[in-house]
Design a protein around this ligand. Structure first.
Ligand SMILES: C[S@@+](CC[C@H](N)C(=O)[O-])C[C@H]1O[C@@H](n2cnc3c(N)ncnc32)[C@H](O)[C@@H]1O
Length: 184
């Protein structure tokens, strides 16, 4: 397995220094890294930056000219991520609520949905879906593996749509994710 990119190490160190414990695990990071490396990525986003661990996995694989936008509600975390990416003019870290920030930045052809109510798709799942470009990919982690779709609002919403080709991927014994591609 390849080394962890230096940018990811720095984001992880910052999370430790700030006592932030919700950063993406490496299994999720590697999934994001692979998807970001895919040919044709033109506009990439993230909801819920933390200190930038997932963002760092993405940015480390993106061609340098591809814009990447991430938004974080917590000012302290956003400041940390902003400092991490300060040398990269194609990365923008917003402080605020994604509902206010992301519609103007969309559509995305890769979106990591990692904060701001992802456990409650009945509230704003449609708005998140609307941030995707046709053919765009969404990634959501933090699912407990091995659960059925029935009775699970997140799986029911994202895995049963006719306009999203979606699959649940088990990344470790503790972590599953949904990867979906919006119909063209
Ligand atoms: C799971 S953590 C993000 C981890 C990060 N994506 C990573 O890969 O390390 C979720 C983050 O979403 C942020 N958040 C929660 N509600 C939000 C909202 N409405 N808009 C933007 N960020 C939000 C939280 O403050 C928290 O830092």
């Amino acid at each position: 397995m390849p080394d962890v990119p230096p940018l990811v190490r720095r984001a992880t160190d910052a999370a430790r220094a700030l006592g932030f414990e919700k950063s993406s695990v490496p299994e999720v990071g590697r999934l994001l890294h692979a998807l970001a490396a895919q040919r044709g990525r033109a506009r990439v986003g993230e909801i819920g930056t933390g200190t930038g661990v997932g963002a760092a996995w993405i940015v480390a694989a993106l061609p340098p000219s591809v814009p990447f936008v991430t938004v974080e509600l917590d000012e302290r975390l956003a400041a940390s991520a902003r400092s991490l990416f300060s040398g990269d003019g194609n990365v923008r870290v917003f402080v605020g609520d994604w509902h206010d920030v992301m519609p103007a930045e969309a559509p995305f052809d890769l979106l990591f949905y990692d904060g701001g109510g992802k456990q409650h798709p009945e509230r704003d799942g449609e708005q998140v879906f609307g941030l995707l470009a046709p053919g765009g990919t969404i990634v959501m982690d933090d699912l407990a593996p091995g659960r059925s779709v029935e009775g699970d609002p997140v799986r029911s919403f994202w895995l049963r749509r006719a306009d999203l080709a979606a699959v649940e991927v088990t990344l470790s014994p503790e972590m599953a994710a949904i990867v979906g591609v919006r119909a063209v």
